[in-house]
Design a protein. Structure first.
Length: 249
């Protein structure tokens, strides 16, 4: 059994790779990701592969524990090239590891396709990868929650609460105005990215992932014309980063 782990800013997610198949994703708060948790859940692993965008202490503790248990440990980092994937960054290590692994996962699943990747999480990132494996670059925007908080925190007279139902409609109160604008701004960026991508080459597929990715997929499908891209080629993949991690096993 191989354990693939994604340590985020506040939460850790992991899956198990058994006979080439990924298990369901488990997740927990970082403060609960302790030595006792390692011993309970990972003691039968042959290998542990980690991506970490949070404190290095978590991966250091896990590395030490794996060494003591004779379990192979590897922490992955962004590179200039991995398999067919080539980074667009002049300083490849500065590309976020989550973006790098999403790119790797994409070419693992859809080799030889031009794919636009939207990862809607703490930040909303967009990356384009060509069928050749060449990363074409991308964008980074504050995520939905960060956009909302930036308005509320920096405006003394804007009083808004986060709403549960995403919408692009014009709001009739301040909370709807702020919430809906965050979704509209994010979707507007995605639509502009689609236009940009299609100027570079024919776009074969759009993949969305991340915590807000499923909702954004629904909004995008409602707005997208078949003339732009076939709706069956727009999809949400929750575990995209783990397909990237799998390439390091």
């Amino acid at each position: 059994m191989i354990v693939l782990i994604d340590i985020g800013n506040s939460r850790t997610k992991y899956t198990q790779l058994v006979e080439g198949r990924l298990s369901a994703i488990a997740q927990l708060n970082n403060q609960d990701f302790t030595l006792a948790y390692f011993a309970k859940h990972f003691s039968h692993a042959s290998q542990v592969v980690v991506a970490n965008v949070a404190s290095s202490s978590l991966s250091s503790e896990l590395s030490t524990w794996c060494t003591e248990q004779n379990i192979s440990f590897r922490q992955v980092h962004s590179e200039q090239q991995k398999n067919a994937l080539q980074s667009a960054y002049q300083q490849p290590t500065t590309l976020g590891i989550d973006r790098w692994l999403a790119l790797l996962g994409t070419i693992h699943l859809y080799p030889n396709e031009n794919v636009l990747i939207i990862d809607a999480g703490t930040a909303t990132t967009i990356d384009l990868v060509a069928g050749s494996g060449q990363h074409q670059g991308g964008w980074i925007l504050a995520g939905i929650k960060a956009l909302f908080n930036s308005i509320v925190s920096n405006s003394t007279l804007v009083h808004a609460k986060s709403t549960a139902v995403p919408s692009l409609a014009f709001g009739s109160n301040t909370s709807d105005n702020v919430n809906n604008a965050c979704w509209a701004a994010t979707l507007g960026m995605v639509e502009q990215a689609i236009s940009q991508a299609q100027q570079l080459s024919d776009l074969d597929r759009i993949i969305l992932t991340g915590g807000d990715g499923k909702v954004l997929t629904t909004l995008l499908l409602a707005q997208t014309s078949e003339k732009i891209i076939a709706v069956e080629n727009i999809q949400f993949i929750d575990n995209l980063i783990f397909y990237g991690l799998q390439e390091y096993c």
